[in-house]
Design a protein around this ligand. Structure first.
Ligand code: NAG
Ligand code: NAG
Ligand code: NAG
Length: 614
């Protein structure tokens, strides 16, 4: 791919106003692209820095006019730009200009270009570090089609000053309006001279020029109008998180105003405060196990345990290992042996990395440009491991929250109902962790959530139906988990496989789970805790009927037994390692706790975590 920077415009108005302003005597005769932009850096330098990264382009050309050629030649020498790649279009006045598309064509012709091309107007002001050209190119490669960059206009900008695009859901440009009158379109997305063109379509440049003789008709706005509206050529759009200013005919006021605005904004944004996101452990209160059986479930976020991820801007992109969970130093071989046996080899660092990886991929796939900033991610968690309280997905969920905050993504960029699937994909596809959606749903939604994963709903909308249940005034739930879950004696169950093979018993069980869930929802609404306790017990029995006792594991079954001895309702909150109970009669809870502790389990009273925006 090659890059063409256009700086051949004749900026008469701006030049004239600068000339008559004593304050700017040192800028007399300086072309627009070489004026200082935000923070004093030359406007063209912003482009040059964005473009010269990592050898993205095989060649970069700069097209200027004869009047300003010397200025650019001087700039090129000072900036390490190949002087032989400056192309002079020979014009010296606004009246004899040839038009931007003709300048573009000039390079295509004299350099015999047979390659994809990115073309930018090098005299546009934009906010530094607000985009990464690499991402633009990635999106172009992904779409294998022309690409137009656009931005969302500021409230004070008028649509009649720009090319305005209407964009479809799939990011295709449906219509292009060159400087439309107010009211012609609702869109405030402004396309600027920042395009990627596929080499196969470049012949249209000549066709366009042949039918437009006058210079004022040879603007990129007119060319895009011709490509999109007349010829119906595919052009995709990509929105960048910065505006572009000083386009076309502008005066000194515009110049002063926008360089101030962008400098000021950068100063504010340079202070992105560190941000911390928590995601809570969860207990499955009712329904099928967490494994994509298209069933129904009710889950509760608990404030007892959480994972916390912190992001702050930094010079380099750094993922920080956790001293306990990603150990790199050990007391001795015996220590290493003990830790590895107990904790395994899978810390949280891989979760951070995989989340970043998928996040970037997601943004690339959807044409969401990310600001060019590095960051440091750190995490901490107190969610006990291997007891099925969704500790891994909590780290992924919190990391996603941090990245969205850091890069200023909203639910418009990643809808809330799709976040659970994103989190699941990180784990399943990147890290081969077997899991289902429900843990991710509760971690994104928080509180007490009823989830309906019915196939019909899924097929209709691509995600389940999720609704909050009032989380205040819940009865007293308790949680017990194994002190050493590596000894739980569990063996792998074949329920997943049987479900895939449409095993009658498994399908029947899933139906019963769904039924229980609906009944439990009513029990929650009526505060009918004896009914809820009864349903929890039934829930466990159904589970036991399809998972053999061997796959449930002796230690897990022992926990069920203890709870029942004290008259508590009980079930698994996850896939084993822990049990959750409900004592309608709370008089024996002290004894219950002592009994669990006597057998090496950890016992705690559940503190529900309410949803913030339920
Ligand atoms: C991000 O970090 C890399 C590696 O340290 C560095 O080369 C790059 O310039 C940094 N990017 C930004 C925008 O600071
Ligand atoms: C974040 O996005 C919102 C809405 O898109 C915008 O108003 C705001 O200025 C952005 N903030 C930063 C720091 O980019
Ligand atoms: C899913 O939720 C929507 C909106 O809450 C509701 O209208 C619809 O009936 C629900 N679908 C089913 C099958 O329950």
């Amino acid at each position: 791919m090659i890059c063409i920077i256009l700086v051949a415009g004749h900026d008469e108005l701006l030049e004239k106003e600068i000339k008559s302003c004593p304050e700017y005597v040192y800028l007399r005769g300086v072309p627009k692209a070489l004026l200082p932009g935000a923070g004093g850096k030359k406007i063209l330098d912003f482009w040059w820095e964005a473009i010269r990264m990592r050898q993205l382009f095989s060649e970069i050309y700069l097209v200027t006019n004869a009047d300003k050629y010397k200025h650019y030649e001087r700039w090129a020498t000072a900036s390490d730009f190949p002087v032989e790649n400056i192309i002079n279009d020979g014009t010296t006045t606004f009246e004899n200009r040839i038009g931007a598309v003709a300048d573009f064509d000039l390079v295509l012709r004299i350099k015999n270009v047979n390659d994809d091309v990115m073309v930018v107007a090098g005299d546009m002001l934009f906010q530094d570090q607000k985009f990464d050209v690499q991402q633009v190119l990635n999106y172009f490669q992904l779409k294998k089609s022309n690409l137009a960059i656009y931005y969302e206009m500021e409230p004070e900008e008028v649509i009649s000053s720009r090319g305005i695009v209407e964009v479809t859901d799939g990011n295709k440009i449906a219509h292009f309006y060159e400087k439309p009158l107010e009211g012609i379109t609702e869109s405030r997305l402004a396309s600027v001279v920042f395009y990627c063109f596929h080499k196969d379509g470049l012949t249209s440049v000549k066709e366009f020029l042949d039918s437009n003789i006058k210079a004022e008709e040879r603007s990129f706005g007119k060319y895009m109008d011709y490509l999109i509206n007349t010829k119906g050529v595919n052009v995709y759009g990509m929105k960048l998180p910065t505006g572009f200013q000083l386009i076309g005919h502008v005066g000194l006021d515009d110049y002063k105003r926008w360089s101030d605005v962008f400098s000021h904004r950068k100063q504010i944004e340079d202070k992105i405060e560190p941000y911390t996101k928590r995601a809570y452990a969860r207990v499955g209160l009712m329904g099928n196990p967490s494994d994509g059986f298209h069933g129904k479930t009710i889950s509760l976020s608990i404030a007892n345990f959480w994972a916390e991820v912190t992001i702050h801007e930094s010079e380099k992109l750094v993922l920080t290992p956790h001293p306990l969970n990603d150990p790199t130093e050990f007391g001795s071989m015996a220590d290493l042996h003990g830790i590895s046996r107990k904790e395994g080899y899978l810390g949280g660092l891989r979760l951070l990395q995989a989340t970043c990886m998928r996040f970037y991929q997601y943004c690339c796939d959807r044409g969401i440009a990310l600001a060019k900033r590095n960051f440091t991610l750190k995490y901490d968690t107190n969610i006990p491991r291997q007891v099925g309280l969704a500790g891994s997905s909590a780290i992924v969920t919190a990391t996603l929250g941090c990245l969205m905050h850091f890069f200023n993504l909203t639910y418009a960029d990643m809808p809330k109902e799709k976040m659970p699937q994103f989190i699941l994909d990180v784990e399943k596809q990147e890290l081969i962790i077997h899991a289902g959606l429900q843990d991710r749903v509760i971690q994104v939604y928080e509180g007490l959530v009823y989830m309906d994963f019915s196939l019909e709903i899924f097929e209709a909308q691509g995600f389940g139906n999720y609704s909050h249940i009032e989380v205040n005034h819940l009865p007293h739930f308790w949680l017990a988990y194994l002190g050493d879950p590596s000894d739980s004696g569990k063996i792998h169950s074949d329920v997943n496989l049987r479900w895939k093979n449409k095993d009658k018993d498994v399908i029947e069980a899933m139906k019963k789970f769904a039924l229980l869930t609906d009944q439990a929802k009513v029990a929650f609404q009526n505060h009918d805790w004896s009914l809820l306790a009864d349903l929890m017990n039934q829930n466990f029995e159904i589970r036991r009927s399809i998972y053999s006792d061997l796959s449930l594991g002796a230690a897990n079954l022992r926990m069920i037994e203890i709870a029942r001895q004290f008259g508590s309702a009980v079930k698994f909150p996850g896939s084993g390692g822990a049990v959750i109970g409900l004592c309608v009669d709370t008089s024996k809870i002290g004894e219950l706790k002592a009994a669990f502790q006597a057998e090496g389990c950890v016992f705690c009273d559940i503190i529900p975590h309410g949803a913030l925006d339920a």
